[in-house]
Design a binder for this molecule. Structure first.
Ligand SMILES: Cc1cc2nc3c(=O)[nH]c(=O)nc-3n(C[C@H](O)[C@H](O)[C@H](O)COP(=O)(O)O)c2cc1C
Length: 338
């Protein structure tokens, strides 16, 4: 287990060893994965939407509590843009609070109510969004920290157009609360760069998809390990009503892009390709990697083997330290601070 190297407002706020967050992963961030990250020194978030069966999310909270061995873990509360998909948000918050969870990754428009309720229970809300404008609104709503994800992020990076290295110094100069940056971060060198640019933590998704603790089929993991920087595509970009979605390139995403190019705009036009549990059942459970939209970003290019989460985080921290040493060596001998 890598010893602590960096102390930032994020490590202090969350009480974690390393400034590394595992962002919520639909269908994939279960108790085993989340607990592995917190035990390796980071923070991670269960995704309640991945447990639709009655009682399933409560059981996952309980299991995570056991596996995390007393360490705090988090829950992702994602405010959907789809009407009618948010009825259970407050129920998930209640269940999480009752289970002792106090760390929340909120996502989506107008998180004010959630943040207020999290604070009333003594919890911490880290709000994740793609645009600085939304970040400033969330800060005004009381968010304790802000995560901004760039367009490289797997999943739904919204309409982000500025990459992490542009957003980090920009946002750090305007926000008062600590900043976490994500999207395209897959090495310790990038973590060091993010910290240098003003972030106080990073959020990862794609780099962790090859983790042993991810429950998905070995054929899916093999596809992740084989993926390179060109293995993902972006569907529904710009003003498309479905909302930007970065996924693995496969038969399904190519067909989505074909229909999009032909002018398809509505959910019904894509339902047979993107519907609810398709990626869970085909891609993750059965390992049929062509049959579903599988969220993924280009940082997957750094996931070169199936390994335990702890080994991945140790590698990242080792790389960050090596990058720091490289920078130290670049300094001119005898140079003094101005
Ligand atoms: C498989 C997968 C599923 C994701 N599902 C969610 C989700 O349910 N909620 C969420 O807030 N973010 C989700 N994300 C985004 C991640 O939490 C994180 O912000 C993002 O992966 C960081 O960028 P990176 O992929 O370049 O590391 C998902 C990402 C991936 C790769």
């Amino acid at each position: 287990m890598y010893p602590p190297v960096f102390r930032t407002r994020i490590t202090e706020l969350l009480g974690i060893r390393h400034p590394i967050l595992g962002g919520g992963l639909m269908w994939l961030s279960d108790a085993r994965y989340v607990a592995a990250i917190v035990r390796a020194g980071g923070m991670a978030f269960l995704t309640p939407r991945s447990f639709p069966a009655p009682g399933a999310f409560e059981r996952e909270l309980e299991l995570c509590r056991e596996l995390a061995g007393g360490l705090p873990f988090g829950v992702n509360l994602n405010i959907s843009r789809v009407e009618g998909h948010n009825q259970r948000l407050h129920e998930w918050l209640d269940l999480s609070l009752r289970a002792g969870v106090r760390h929340f990754e909120t996502v989506g428009r107008a998180p004010d109510d959630l943040i207020r309720r999290i604070h009333a229970a003594g919890g911490i809300a880290i709000h994740k969004c793609p645009l600085l404008r939304h970040a400033l609104n969330a800060e005004r709503a009381g968010a304790d920290a802000i995560t901004i994800v760039g367009p490289e992020a797997g999943g739904h990076p919204g309409n982000a157009v500025l990459g992490c290295m542009m957003v980090a110094p920009l946002a750090a100069r305007q926000l008062s609360v600590p900043l976490v940056i994500g999207g395209g971060i897959g090495t310790g060198d990038s973590i060091l760069a993010a910290l240098a640019a003003g972030a106080e933590g990073v959020v990862l998704g794609s780099r962790l998809l090859s983790a042993e603790e991810i429950w998905a089929h070995p054929a899916y993991k093999a596809r992740i390990v084989a993926a390179g920087q060109d293995s993902t595509v972006v569907a529904f970009a710009g003003t498309h009503p479905m909302g930007t979605w970065r996924v693995l390139e496969n038969e399904t995403s190519r067909e989505v892009l074909r229909r999009e190019a032909a002018g398809a705009r509505n959910y019904e036009d894509f339902a047979d390709l993107i519907g609810g549990t398709r990626s869970r059942d085909h891609v993750y459970r059965d390992g049929d990697v062509e049959r579903g939209m599988a969220s993924c970003g280009p940082a997957v290019a750094f996931a070169r083997a199936v390994e335990p989460v702890e080994a991945i985080i140790d590698t990242l921290m080792g790389e960050a330290v090596a990058a720091q040493r490289r920078l130290d060596r670049l300094r001119l001998p005898g140079c003094v601070d101005a």
